[in-house]
Structures are given as structure tokens and as C-alpha cells.
Design a binder for this molecule. Structure first.
Ligand SMILES: C[S@@+](CC[C@H](N)C(=O)[O-])C[C@H]1O[C@@H](n2cnc3c(N)ncnc32)[C@H](O)[C@@H]1O
Length: 287
């Protein structure tokens, strides 16, 4: 049996993508700025994550429905999604390879005492923290991130590594269709200019079938794929029956007995119950 350990000499981080976000790193909390659509997306993605996790949870605490759950928000940017998940009671770790994004996230968090205990941030990539955080999280979120990642297959394998068996992975992203080119790039970036020109590259988009294949080969079962539609006139999102442009996906990491093949690829993992310390990593992104 061959054991393959993923080494951090390879990275999921694309320097070109980091440059784009560097230029916007102060703007995350401008409700009417470049990230307006991400603010609005919270109306769909926060209930989607909350309700899916609650369906699988036995105990619920009134007012803090996600109490007791550890969530990793990969590519958290300025913390737009980490914060509401923390307010729902989850212990959230937000990571982003860009130092300046994490600085903005930390600064914004400092305005709300409730978040001090609930949310922590680290400037690092997923692969940098994966070994120290193996099997640590009940849920992993990558919202509007995989379309900016260099190696999606590697990204998903590391996401599997940091999840507990039976844990949930939530991804929102953009489909690779002609319609997504017209709406997400031509209309949003070049005509309406609600997103900075050049933010998205169509080649990086991924269709749900290809994403599902990568997930299954990393030991996940895909439970849900829902289409989402953004209406720029009303700055609002709705669920639709068509995943042709934007979609949200929920997958569950198979339990130990279901994933012996996957284990042989990712190598040894730590026992969840014996995991004590938080990971600590520094930023590695140089522009
Ligand atoms: C469109 S923003 C989404 C931010 C946040 N998830 C949200 O929805 O509010 C994409 C984020 O992914 C981060 N990112 C890009 N490549 C990444 C990678 N390989 N690993 C982790 N994060 C990455 C960027 O720095 C940026 O903050």
C-alpha cells in the first residue's frame, strides 16, 4: 500500500489571484463596494450552512444553534461569513493566505466583543495548517474561493484532511458554462462593473459534475447542489432550480469505515479526541 503525504512545497495559492485581492483588502466591509454581492450572499449561505448543520445535530442551544461546532472558513477574506457563523455560536477559524485580508478581518472583529471568543483568524493557506489541524473541524466552508485556487484537487484533499469523519464541506462557486461567462464576467465585470474587471477567469470555473468527481475521489459524498441567482438591481440572491451560473454544494466526508482507500492516499491522521493545541502558522504570501 503506497502512502502519499501532501507536502507544502506545492501550493493551492496562485500569486496572480492574490494580487487581485491585495488591491481590495481594505474594502471588505464597504457594504456598497466591490464585495456588495458577497454581503448579500449571506442571506442564502448563512441559513444554508446553519440549517444543514442543525439537521445533523442532536443538541441545539437556543440563540446559539451552532454552539459546540468547529468551523473552518477557508479564504475568509475580511470575515464576511466567519462573523455571522461565530454569532450563531460556532467556534470559527477563518484563514486566508493574504495578510492584509486577515488584518482587515481582525480589525472588524475587534468592534464586537461577542466575536472575541468565537472567531479566530490566521494568515495562511489550507495546506500550511492541514497537518496541525487534521480531523479537527465539524464543518469546512469555502465560499467563492475554489474559482481562485490553483489546484482544486489538492485543495479538496486538504479540506478532507482537516474535517472529522462525517463532517460537512460547504462550497459556493461558479459553474463553467457559456451563461456563466456572459453573466459573471461580461455583465458583472465589464457592463455593470459591480465586480472589478479581471476578478474572474472563466477557465478557473468548475462545473458541479467535475467538482463532485473530485470530491468523491477524496472520500466525500455529495448531498446537495443548489442553484443560486444574483439580482444586481435589488442586490439580492435567491435559490433557483438551475446551477448553470452560481451554485452551493454540501458534501459529507465519509466515515472511517467508508474511506479506507482515501486514508491510504492521505497518510496517517491524528485522533480527534487527542487533538489539543490550536495550529499556529505564519503567512507565506509574497507579492
Ligand atoms: C471572492 S473572495 C471570498 C471571500 C469570503 N469567502 C467571502 O465569501 O466573503 C476569495 C478569497 O479567497 C482567498 N483565496 C484565494 N486563493 C486561495 C487559496 N488557494 N486558499 C485559500 N484562500 C484563497 C482570497 O484571498 C480571497 O480572500
Amino acid at each position: 500500500m503506497t502512502t502519499v503525504m501532501y507536502s507544502t512545497s506545492k501550493t493551492t495559492v496562485e500569486p496572480g489571484e492574490m494580487k487581485k485581492f491585495q488591491a481590495l483588502s481594505q474594502n471588505w466591509w464597504d457594504r456598497n463596494g466591490e464585495f456588495a454581492a458577497l454581503h448579500a450572499l449571506n442571506d442564502l449561505r448563512v441559513p444554508f450552512i446553519r440549517d444543514t448543520l442543525l439537521t445533523n445535530s442532536e443538541k441545539q442551544q437556543l440563540g446559539c444553534p451552532l454552539h459546540g461546532l468547529r468551523i473552518l472558513d477557508i479564504g475568509c477574506g475580511g470575515g464576511l461569513l466567519s462573523e455571522p457563523l461565530g454569532r450563531l455560536g460556532a467556534m470559527v477559524t477563518g484563514i486566508d493566505p493574504l495578510n492584509d485580508n486577515i488584518r482587515t478581518a481582525e480589525m472588524h472583529k475587534s468592534f464586537d466583543p461577542v466575536l472575541q471568543e468565537q472567531v479566530q483568524y490566521a494568515a495562511c493557506s489550507l495546506e500550511e495548517m492541514a497537518d496541525e489541524a487534521t480531523g479537527m473541524f465539524d464543518a469546512v466552508v469555502a465560499s467563492e474561493v475554489v474559482e481562485h485556487v490553483g489546484d482544486v484537487e489538492m485543495f479538496i484533499k486538504y479540506a478532507a484532511q482537516v474535517l472529522k469523519p462525517g463532517g460537512s464541506l460547504f462550497i459556493t462557486t461558479i459553474n463553467k458554462t457559456f451563461l456563466s461567462y456572459i453573466l459573471a464576467i461580461v455583465t458583472a465585470e465589464k457592463i455593470l462593473r459591480i465586480v472589478p474587471n479581471g476578478t474572474h477567469e472563466w477557465e478557473r470555473f468548475i462545473n458541479p459534475d467535475d467538482l463532485e468527481k473530485l470530491l468523491v475521489s477524496s472520500g466525500f459524498t455529495v448531498e446537495t447542489i443548489n442553484g443560486m441567482l444574483y439580482n444586481p438591481l435589488f442586490d439580492s440572491w435567491s435559490w433557483i432550480n438551475n446551477a448553470g451560473v452560481n451554485y452551493a454544494l454540501h458534501a459529507v466526508k465519509n466515515k472511517i469505515e467508508e474511506q479506507s482507500d482515501f486514508m491510504s492516499e492521505t497518510g496517517d491522521r491524528k485522533d480527534n479526541d487527542t487533538y489539543q493545541s490550536e495550529f499556529s502558522v505564519g503567512s507565506t504570501v509574497k507579492l
